[in-house]
Design a protein around this ligand. Structure first.
Ligand SMILES: [Zn+2]
Length: 354
């Protein structure tokens, strides 16, 4: 028997793969999609990758109404949303995305949330609202709202609840990403294309990395070259280097790459840098920027960390060097790294086979 949600879920999976295979829209386990059918919302499971939507089961069914009720009441169970799973339809025993409540609060039947590098590059600017307003003026048929940075999960969903009366089709999440919603998969797919076009920023060109220099530097150390050549670009543009060193721009950077990357000083050795970090009471960095040469990453950096290194280059090269930017506070970083739901996601990331 074909269940009523089957066609919508298949279309959602196809959209998810398209979103998940574009590094400028989704990195690793980031981003999530959902569809609501007959009071049940099928939402991406925590720690799964959108690009695998057609290969494995990555969607979990949750009941919408009780979840929204809990969310509005500030009930902590809305944060993880595990109490709202429709167990009989969750054969794979998946756990819903940490952003499930964000999907539930949006009234539209189809919701796509992703970490579009263009949206992030606008959203970290102190003048984000003016920036986005200028771009979205190209799409007068779409309503949009903006929410300040809030920890993903319940706080973010409650922040979105504050702008729901504006009936947004698009929500820009400061220092985080974007939500695009609509009443059908096709509508959302179309809107995603239109919005990403409107928000598009051409990244600055950068010189090629000095791979020999980096390999020599990494020899006999616990660091290596990143998997993707494009990840080096953050070190090859002086503005991007400065921006990256300013602080954490968005949550997944903190989750998968720890806090701000270390920058190797002029004439400084790798050991010197590690001593400096130790003396400052900082953990060993997962990523080191070698200005003008490229980057090194920790030997054991996970697949998710690799995609976040790429993301950082994509974002930083799109930020106007003259713009004032806002970064996550120490308290924001602490909240992300001491949150059980994120520890679960990190554990899945370490288990993820590339
Ligand atoms: Zn997100």
């Amino acid at each position: 028997m074909v269940q009523s949600h089957a066609p919508a879920l298949t279309a959602l999976k196809e959209l998810s793969v398209r979103l998940g295979t574009d590094i400028t829209r989704t990195q690793g386990a980031g981003g999530n999609t959902s569809v609501k059918v007959d009071g049940t919302m099928w939402v991406k499971a925590s720690g799964t990758w959108l690009k695998e939507a057609l290969e494995k089961e990555i969607f979990v069914p949750v009941v919408v109404e009780p979840l929204v009720k809990a969310l509005k009441a500030g009930d902590i169970r809305a944060d993880k949303a595990t109490d709202f799973i429709v167990q009989e339809l969750n054969a794979c025993k998946l756990r819903p995305s940490i952003e499930t409540s964000v999907h539930a609060i949006m009234p539209q039947s189809v919701v796509a949330h992703f970490h579009c590098v263009n949206a992030i590059a606008h959203s970290v600017r102190a003048d984000a609202r003016e920036c986005v307003a200028g771009r979205m003026a190209q799409l007068p048929h779409l309503r949009w709202s903006m929410v300040p940075y809030l920890r993903p999960g319940l706080p973010l969903a409650q922040g979105i609840a504050q702008v729901i009366h504006e009936a947004p089709d698009v929500v820009i999440l400061r220092n985080h990403g974007i939500i695009v919603a609509g009443d059908s998969i096709d509508e959302v797919a179309e809107r995603i294309e239109a919005v990403t076009r409107a928000l598009a920023i051409v990244p600055r060109e950068s010189a090629p990395p000095d791979l020999d220099y980096l390999a020599a530097l990494a020899a006999q150390s616990s660091f290596r070259l990143p998997a993707e050549r494009d990840s080096h670009r953050v070190a090859l543009d002086p503005h991007a280097c400065r921006i990256a060193a300013t602080g954490s721009l968005y949550p997944d950077h903190v989750i998968f790459l720890a806090t701000r990357p270390a920058v190797l000083g002029e004439g400084e050795s790798l050991d010197g840098l590690l001593d400096r970090a130790r003396e400052a009471g900082e953990p060993q960095p997962k990523m080191i920027i070698v200005p003008g040469r490229g980057i090194l990453v920790a030997e054991d950096l996970s697949a998710g960390g690799e995609t976040m290194a790429q993301c950082l280059a994509e974002v930083a090269l799109r930020i106007d060097p003259d713009a004032r930017i806002d970064v996550l506070s120490d308290a924001d970083e602490y909240e992300l790294t001491h949150w059980e739901a994120e520890k679960y996601r990190q554990k899945l990331d370490r288990a993820f086979e590339r």
